[in-house]
Design a protein around this ligand. Sequence first.
Ligand SMILES: CC(C)(COP(=O)(O)OP(=O)(O)OC[C@H]1O[C@@H](n2cnc3c(N)ncnc32)[C@H](O)[C@@H]1OP(=O)(O)O)[C@@H](O)C(=O)NCCC(=O)NCCS
Ligand SMILES: CC(=O)OP(=O)(O)O
Length: 332
Amino acid sequence: MAVMDSIIQKAKANKKRIVLPEGSEARTLKAAERVIKEGIADVVLLGKEEEIKEKAKGLDISKAEIIDPEKSPLLQKYAEEYYNLRKNKGVTEEQAYQIMKDPMYYGCMMVKLDDVDGMVSGAIHATADVFRPAFQIVKTAAGVKVVSSAFIMEVPNCTYGSDGVFIFADCAINPNPNEEELAAIAIASAHTAKVLAGIEPRIAMLSFSTKGSANHELVDKVKNATKIAKELAPDLLIDGELQLDAAIVKEVGELKAPGSPVAGNANVLIFPDLQAGNIGYKLVQRLAKANAIGPISQGLAKPINDLSRGCSVEDIVNVIAITCVQAQGVQK
Ligand SMILES: CC(C)(COP(=O)(O)OP(=O)(O)OC[C@H]1O[C@@H](n2cnc3c(N)ncnc32)[C@H](O)[C@@H]1OP(=O)(O)O)[C@@H](O)C(=O)NCCC(=O)NCCS
Ligand SMILES: CC(=O)OP(=O)(O)O
């Protein structure tokens, strides 16, 4: 938990205000209580006040602000903002008003208008339902074409990576990134490695082939993405295409990819598509009992983070703390 200890200390040092749209969800309420009690963040819960209070019986959430989007005096203003953002996509004023009653959209608008510093959701919503409003309302940061996600993986009793700490990406957002997108995911993940996990990135572009051991168009995609990433970020330690064993096991790396600056010692693992990435992180989380922190979004203009529906209270606390640290880096 060393990585999370440091992130939680950073979050406490400059407290931020985080909205939780799944305000009446049991794990979310427990996480809200802990986050407030430990001074990690101020919390806004969205939902029907009576329902939230009923579900929170026995918990102290008295310091959380509760907002029911349907009754909010800001609903009309938020609807107008949404209408202006989406009218060119055919959204009418009436549709905008109805959409803005949805806590997922309302929460994103709070972030967009700086009424909160960040949002965490996804304990009972699928990833697409978290990111669709985020893409529409908060949009990408300047210069970013593709938003992606990464997990900080802390694998117990493991000497690979950085003493068992890895970044895995993209495990949650882009189903089938093209070469340029895969290169962008690698570069964004290097930033996450440095800023959030506190490790110096050594990036492996993963494949079922190592340095030409197999020929296939799927392998070509990873080779080309590696070339693009190296051109865009010549200072980064990045290599591919590498199989997983060549990427993380020293002896296998020396055998399959001699001379590689990364093979055998990688700590940032870039998966070729979402099938591999999502299966890969869940395998390591469940079979190796790794702490999977995330998914952490990369490239949104302001921080909005998803959760796995299988998350624990601790996972939610962790993602809230990460969202706070991301918010500290946002220029307003
Ligand atoms: C993320 C996701 C929801 C976007 O899907 P979508 O809504 O069908 O996307 P669309 O192509 O219709 O795009 C919707 C908007 O988001 C934008 N967008 C989509 N993906 C984006 C990305 N990765 N980065 C930045 N913007 C993106 C589009 O440009 C579009 O913007 P616009 O409406 O202003 O033109 C989709 O890629 C998805 O479902 N991914 C898999 C999520 C998942 O199931 N993960 C596994 C469990 S974690
Ligand atoms: C990240 C992820 O896989 O989310 P979920 O388990 O909710 O699909």
